[in-house]
Design a protein around this ligand. Structure first.
Ligand code: ASP
Length: 325
């Protein structure tokens, strides 16, 4: 796509006569990922960066700004110059952090421009290779007899793995010991090494480890079973007795509040083009992800979705009495 075409497409979407798009982007664009390199969010961002290169006509760099369950990287983007060059790839944690953190330095979604949903990324409950339990029923018995001694890895308060772990403990009415990491990539290393017992992990990173028999798998966390060979003998947690257990992760793209409308429109046009990239679709579908294609790829639809998710999860989190400072 040439620059003029992009400019025209952007202006038509924004309904704006501003001319900023004539120069945008004239330098590399940075995608901030608020979790460790090698984890699910990082992989999704790197695939997206590659697919965005052509429609943007620029290099797209991934920068991991990690810690505090994704809130450090999010705060960085909320405070960045709103010129379209610093963007955020974040997941469901965008919508759950306001309820989980008493002191959050940014407002959701007010301090961001929603650029569009990227995908839906289901998770699975996985265990260290040495666990004797061969299925979820046996795992449940093992947890019941070991209670608080069971270590449950997560990527920090507000991460998808943390949220899923909370729901899991509440469904079992059992407390376990949470072990936070800066992302599920380092947590996975420890799970494989047997230093922690269990983790909810997005299919993005869990499926290759299940296929390689490096970890045990005990159930899908979405209501729908994933159509993947690696999971064909694995029921969902809901099917295994945790009725209606449903933690479905999603990722979206954000810019700081105040980014000019024509730049937002151009970024959205580029995102739409990237999400139609056959290579990206193939890679994501092989891992059980669904690339977004509905009205949530639209900035307004994405914003409405974030608001709805924030409201839904705020209630669940408050009922669970969970928060951090
Ligand atoms: N998305 C996080 C990561 O990439 C993991 C999580 O949220 O649980 O590490």
């Amino acid at each position: 796509m040439n620059r003029l075409w992009r400019c025209v497409a952007g202006l038509a979407l924004a309904g704006s006569a501003a001319l900023a798009c004539a120069d945008f982007p004239d330098k590399p664009v940075t995608l901030v990922v608020p979790f460790a390199a090698g984890g699910p969010s990082d992989k999704i961002a790197r695939d997206l960066a590659e697919a965005l290169r052509k429609p943007l006509g620029q290099t797209v760099i991934v920068d991991n700004t990690v810690g505090a369950g994704g809130t450090i990287g999010s705060a960085r983007v909320a405070r960045a110059t709103p010129d379209g060059y610093t963007l955020l790839v974040h997941h469901i944690g965008m919508a759950t952090a306001p309820a989980l953190y008493r002191k959050l330095s940014y407002k959701v979604p007010d301090d961001f421009e929603t650029l569009g949903l990227i995908n839906e990324a289901p998770s699975v409950l996985i265990g260290k290779p040495g666990l004797a339990a061969g299925n979820f029923a046996e795992l449940r018995q093992w947890i019941a007899s070991n209670g608080g001694k069971v270590n449950l890895a997560n990527a920090g308060i507000g991460s998808a793995s943390h949220l899923c772990g909370l729901m899991f403990q509440s469904a079992l009415k059992t407390d376990m010991t949470p072990v936070p990491y800066k992302g599920t990539a380092p947590a996975m290393t420890d799970l494989i090494g047997g230093q922690v017992d269990l983790m909810c992990e997005q299919a993005t990173n869990a499926v290759p480890q299940i296929e390689g028999k490096k970890v045990k798998v005990y159930g899908g966390t979405s209501l729908q079973k994933l159509p993947l060979a690696a999971l064909k003998d694995t029921p969902t947690l809901s099917e295994s007795g945790l009725k209606d257990f449903n933690v479905q992760v999603w990722h979206g793209l954000y810019a700081p509040r105040g980014t000019p409308p024509d730049v937002i429109a151009m970024l959205n046009t580029a995102l739409r083009a990237a999400l139609k990239d056959p290579e990206l679709i193939k890679r994501e579908e092989a891992l059980g992800l669904t690339v977004a294609s509905d009205d949530r790829v639209d900035p307004a639809g994405h914003r409405k979705f974030v608001e709805a998710e924030k409201a839904r999860w705020s209630k669940v989190i408050k009922d669970a009495g969970e928060y951090a400072d």
